[in-house]
Design a binder for this molecule. Sequence first.
Ligand code: ADP
Length: 478
Amino acid sequence: MSRKVTITKRWLVNSLGVVILVLFLVVLAVSVFINTYYTSGARQYITNKMNTITGILQQYYTDSPVTFASEIHSMIENWSDRDKMELMAINSEGEIEITSSGFNISSDIIADDYYDAVENGSSGYFLGKADSGERIIAVTVMTPDKTGKYSAIRLVSSFENVHKTVRGYIIALGAVYVAIIALMFFSGMYFVNSIVRPVQQISQTAKRYAHGDFSVRILKKNNNDELGELCDIINHMADELAMSEKMKNDFMSSVSHELRTPLTAIKGWAETISAMPEDKEAIVKGMKVINTEAERLSQMVEELLDFSRIQNGKFTLNKATMDILAELGDAVLIYTEKAKRENIEIVYDEPDMLPFIYGDKNRMRQVFINIIDNAIKYSDKGGMVTIQAVQSDQGHIEIAVSDTGCGISPQDLPKIKTKFYKANHTRRGSGIGLAVADEIVTMHGGTLEIFSEEGKGTTVIITLPIQKQKQNKQGESI
Ligand code: ADP
């Protein structure tokens, strides 16, 4: 079953269903109220009329029982409300003797009101369909002369008009009820669909992402609501996933390439040496190349291992009070020869002393090596790499490595600290050196910032906090 059906159903049952039920109960209650109001009004009216009549009859009977029957007769004949209701007198046999309508009515129109009145000896009331099929309201009262010619007096009125009025109201209420429900249903369905459709689109798109296809994006219809925001986030996520997928692929290919180059050199020289065991010069040269390339391979593997430790959260530091200048000096020394070979000038005006920091000296040296290596690697012959180390303020040391190399484009600059990101594919490298360096500096409570101008050069500034206490002039912890 699809999600759309579930949400729609849930809305139908939980929301619309409740409204339908509550509204139905309200309509029912109002209908009952209207019916009761009109019915009791009619009953009240006819009962009041009858009370007036019985009051007069009682008076007649008390004044002169002998002329009682003729009084009733004339009363019925002169009945002024004949257009609204019919007044009739019934004999002790239960037959209508005389009626204000003047017609000779057969006895079968007598209804329950009469029988009730006879039974309880005073009065009876009836509301319902007469034998003729017409709706009537009737009241019968036994006269004081119960054994006389007119034993009971009956008032009958048609209830059809009242019934029609009540029915009209109830039908109107029902129509309003149906209209409200229809309106709610259609507006609700429109609203539910406005949620369900984008959600369906999102889930279909997410399924494609799950299968590794990051090319699709969600088309937004409504920009301003929460769903629009969700679409933006998912589209952004897809951009990120696509980029990291691309970086992963780039990384795989650059690492394979990086591994292949030294391996080819090692294999080539190994073959040459074994083919010419007598050629001492070739052996010395070959062994040198094999050594350098093996060194390069092992550095790369170390870098990859560091990276994997960072990813697994297993990257730890061996911190102690340390002299940052010693490590920086070492790193500069390592590259002096290489820079000379590539005709790149390294300018390093080493300061006499800087405050100590609390850190891992091997890792810090690794950071400097990486940054200086990049500065040389991305510079051309004749370039210059300038290294400076200063105390920037009361609490920090700043190390800046600037080069006059190819620089980094403004689009690439924010991403180069990201793992696997390579802005320049013309030079060797796995794209994780800066990510590792940044992580190490961050773990020391410092920052690694990169400023660059394409074609002009790059400056990397590492800021590290000075160790606050626990230091003396010899750099020993107190
Ligand atoms: P890589 O092994 O590719 O050098 P890094 O993580 O050290 O990886 O650097 C990431 C990317 O940043 C490089 O591919 C390069 O494009 C850019 N980069 C780093 N340092 C410099 C620099 N000094 N000059 C120009 N580009 C640089």
